[in-house]
Ligand binder design. Structure first.
Ligand code: C2O
Ligand code: CU
Ligand code: CU
Length: 501
């Protein structure tokens, strides 16, 4: 054999070996990318219910809450302590609750070793009370935002929002619910005994690395961190005993990147009664409800005496098999087991009408803006704390057209307002997307038109945020800033907050 021939054979087989190795790694990653825990969760631990936050009412009628962020640890896995962060405790936070018309004040103390913030996701409030990246609280510091609750009864939440570090802070456990009530909703015959037939369900995607919560991200997971199981209210493999015929679940997707399609085995139907910002016009029968990170849904499930069922996340359609698989769309996750008692207290049927919608219909919109999402940018720009991207006039309605022009799923969240989805890809949204929303899921290639009304107050100096709520994307710069100004006023450059990097 000539030398040349030998060289060719040897190098040829090296190339073939390399190709094989890459293919094998690809197959391994591909198979590894699908998670299925259906039927595999032992459901051994009773679901924890976050306590209702204590509050006191001051002489001027203000309801005052205290929240302290701190480090701690929690035994998620038997016999092992996992380092965590929490509000007023080791992990997660208490449920705040206030009524429409009430003045609230929260004393936020930062007991963490680094700066953070607390943002009131979904709340209509002045920009400087919003808790975004411009309201940093240094370690040892206190920040005391206050506002008047003026929006319909709903399920909101709170979490840190330090620019570039939101994922880390939320995933370590800094998240809690903020429930709002109003008179009209309180009069409806809905399950409303907190922790009894009205359950907070904070769903988080986790993976353990020894005793620690894993923080790494697979190279092929473009959405960011995906876990291999879920936790509800900080409980792994949770069950809950139900003693009423109807149970209301306040679902919150507090995961970093995972989008869920919640439902029950056997295609049991349930009623969707509320979305991010409040009750729907009327209950909508559903078999699945899709929630991307940050979104909430209130559902009512009817139980039969003695039966057991499981809240499960099913595979979903992202319109593209490849990214669906790589971004968690093909996964099945058992979330929460519901065990009905042998005898159940009777619950009334659901009312036919729930709430009048307060979101704008867009007919009085004064302008349209376009937002194009391509990781890690919105409209070709990445987040800059000193740049205000939009100034909206107080008291006006705008239409925002948001397009996911990327090859991966995103969502779009706007601070301060609840909006109405006018259409998705040119079609009237399905019934479950007609209620008040502050976050909308956008699979690759889709466009949603939103109607938003900015009721103020105006503050040309302090911006609100809009962003993708997949936390890795948000931290990477898929965020922009808008201010609410009086007619003719110009926004001023925001002062750079302490702790900004
Ligand atoms: Cu829940 Cu700007 O975020
Ligand atoms: Cu928010
Ligand atoms: Cu995104």
């Amino acid at each position: 054999m000539s030398l040349l021939k030998r060289v060719l054979i040897v190098s040829g087989s090296i190339t073939a070996a390399a190709v094989l190795a890459i293919a094998a790694a690809g197959v391994w990653l591909w198979n590894d990318a699908t998670v299925n825990t259906a039927g595999a969760e032992p459901f051994r631990t009773e679901l924890a219910i976050p306590p209702l936050a204590k509050s006191r009412v001051g002489p001027d009628g203000t309801r005052v809450f205290d929240l302290r962020m701190r480090a701690g640890s929690r035994e998620f896995l038997p016999g092992r302590q996992t380092p965590t962060w929490g509000f007023n405790g080791d992990h997660l936070g208490p449920t705040l609750r206030a009524k429409r018309g009430e003045k609230v004040r929260v004393r936020v103390r930062n007991g963490l070793p680094e700066p953070s913030t607390v943002h009131w996701h979904g709340m209509h409030l002045p920009a400087r009370m919003d808790g975004g990246p411009h309201q940093m609280v240094p370690p040892g510091g206190t920040w005391t935002p206050h506002w008047t609750v003026d929006q319909p009864a709903t399920t909101l939440w709170y979490h840190p929002h330090p620019h570039g570090a939101t994922e880390k802070h939320v995933r370590r456990g800094l998240a809690g619910m903020f429930i709002l009530d109003d008179d009209a909703a309180s009069r409806l015959p809905l399950p409303d005994r907190y922790g009894v037939d009205d359950l907070p369900v904070i769903v988080q995607d986790v993976r353990f690395d020894g005793a620690n919560l894993a923080e790494d991200r697979s190279l092929i997971e473009s959405v960011g961190f995906l876990g291999d199981r879920t936790m509800v209210n900080g409980t792994l493999s949770p069950y809950r005993e139900v003693r009423d015929e109807a149970v209301r679940l306040r679902l919150l997707n507090a995961s970093a990147a995972r989008t869920y399609a919640f439902g029950f085995p056997g295609d049991r139907s349930f009623a969707l009664i509320g979305t991010d910002g409040g009750l729907l016009e009327r209950p909508v029968p559903m078999r699945r409800i899709q929630l991307s990170p940050g979104e909430r849904a209130e559902i009512v499930v009817r139980m039969n005496p003695g039966e057991t069922t499981v809240l499960r996340s099913f595979p979903q359609d992202y319109g593209d098999a490849f990214q669906q698989r790589l971004n968690g769309g093909a996964d099945t996750l058992d979330v929460l087991q519901l065990r009905a008692a042998r005898t159940l207290r009777p619950s009334p049927g659901l009312p036919e009408a729930l709430a009048d919608q307060e979101t704008p219909d867009g007919s009085d919109a004064v302008r349209t803006r376009r937002f194009e999402l391509v990781m890690p940018m919105i409209n070709g720009r990445s987040m800059d704390m000193r740049r205000v991207d939009a100034a909206v006039t107080r008291g006006t309605t705008e239409i925002w057209t948001v397009t996911n022009a990327d090859g991966m799923p995103h969502n779009f969240h706007v601070h301060d307002v609840q909006f109405r989805i006018l259409d998705v890809d040119g079609r009237r949204p399905p019934a479950h997307l007609r209620g008040p929303k502050d976050t909308v899921f956008l699979p690759s290639g889709s466009t949603a038109r939103l109607a938003l009304r900015f009721d103020g107050p105006a503050d040309p100096k302090v911006p609100y945020m809009y962003h993708c709520h997949l936390l890795y994307h948000e931290d990477s710069g898929m965020m922009g800033q808008f201010t609410v100004v009086e007619k003719g006023q110009r926004p001023s450059a925001p002062p750079v907050a302490r702790g900004h990097h």
